[in-house]
Design a protein around this ligand. Structure first.
Ligand code: MRU
Length: 348
């Protein structure tokens, strides 16, 4: 582990809990939570203590292992039923990021495919699988960052949305990966960070991560993206994503599609970054992606603190939006850079 590196998700030493960096406490406090109860593991995802599509997937895999250890079943069938129930429960915490379902399904399949083993042995391979999922993400993020780096030059201004950095993944991140790797290689880049209302992942998390790494960055309010682009400060937009449909439409933090429309107007390349675990080939287009609807309080109160709107006002709070494939210059995964061609990507 490098000095100064934050470990956002890990198993506790006794392997009975998952330890996470509480992302809701950032940037004010680097606080760690030790979680092992079903409801607190669910809530950690729902309340965004752990967030970012790949990070949710990794966390869910460790959580399922921790919960499986608590099952008091004598026979395999009973054990499997309980594991499936826990998986279904965790999966219901947030609907849009496909990584959550993908990694839980992978863990449950492992249990289903090993009916001949003793429960203790199944638990052992569940732990190994969760660690494997984590390590695979580290490798994928590194490759994504390397591919992304080929798209930029020294001096580039890069606009970001939400947070697609190391704390949203495992290491490097996806959309922020090229900036971290570029910094390691001595490049001078400048990020224009959209604050990302209502939960301010840009202001609280992206600004925190980039600042900490010494990467030049400027925080802007979401409604300033157009003027910043019009002033020629932005050479590319980099965003992560929560699900990619088979036609290349992508779901990411609400506001991303607006940035893609602006980028198209100002003729600025618009890139989406994600590991292949975020691709959902069973989903034909963006229309089939379920968009998470969240509580009005997130809009009416400034990050759960001060009220900034009348209590009685109606709010609409979709957490994600869909960027149509034709507005995406390229999707970058660990396997390379894929350009949507005539409305169809060559992603698969
Ligand atoms: O609601 P959040 O904060 O979980 O939304 C996260 C995003 O939109 C990220 O851009 C996405 O998960 C990619 S993380 C590498």
């Amino acid at each position: 582990m490098k000095k100064n590196e934050l470990i956002n998700i890990r198993l506790s030493e006794d392997e009975n809990s998952v330890i996470i960096l509480d992302q809701t406490a950032l940037p004010n406090e680097e606080k760690y939570l030790k979680l092992n109860k079903k409801k607190e593991l669910f809530d950690a995802i729902y309340t965004l203590q752990v967030r970012g599509a790949p990070a949710i997937g990794i966390f869910a895999a460790y959580s399922l292992y921790v919960l499986a250890k608590q099952i008091r079943a004598k026979a395999y069938e009973e054990f499997l039923t309980e594991v499936q129930k826990c998986g279904k429960y965790l999966d219901s915490s947030r609907p849009t990021a496909v990584n959550l379902n993908t990694q839980l399904t992978r863990m449950i399949k492992l249990v289903e495919n090993n009916s001949g083993l003793e429960i203790n042995k199944i638990l052992e391979i569940m732990k190994e699988e969760a660690v494997k999922i984590h390590n695979e993400d580290i490798k994928m993020c590194r490759l994504i960052s390397e591919h992304g780096l080929t798209l930029i030059k020294d001096g580039f201004g890069i606009m970001t949305q939400c947070n697609a950095g190391p704390i949203a993944t495992s290491k490097y991140g996806t959309g922020l990966g090229p900036l971290f790797l570029g910094q390691e290689k001595g490049m001078k880049l400048h990020a224009y960070i959209n604050e990302t209302r209502p939960l301010l992942q840009g202001a609280r998390l992206t600004a925190f991560e980039l600042n900490r790494a010494g990467i030049n960055c400027t925080l802007i309010c979401d409604n300033m993206a157009s003027i910043v682009m019009s002033e020629g400060k932005v050479d590319a937009v980099f965003a992560g994503c929560d699900r990619v449909a088979a036609n290349g439409d992508t779901a990411n933090k609400v506001g991303t599609s607006g940035l893609a429309i602006l980028a198209s107007y100002y003729k600025i390349p618009f890139y989406i970054f994600c590991p292949s675990t975020t691709i959902d080939i069973n989903c034909e287009s963006g229309e089939q992606i379920e968009i998470e609807q969240r509580k009005p309080e997130e809009i009416k109160n400034l990050f759960f603190t001060k009220p900034i709107a009348p209590e009685a006002v109606n709010c609409y709070n979709p957490a994600f939006d869909i960027t149509p494939n034709e507005l995406i210059t390229a999707i970058i995964t660990e396997n390379g850079i894929f350009k949507p061609k005539g409305g169809k990507t060559k992603l698969f």
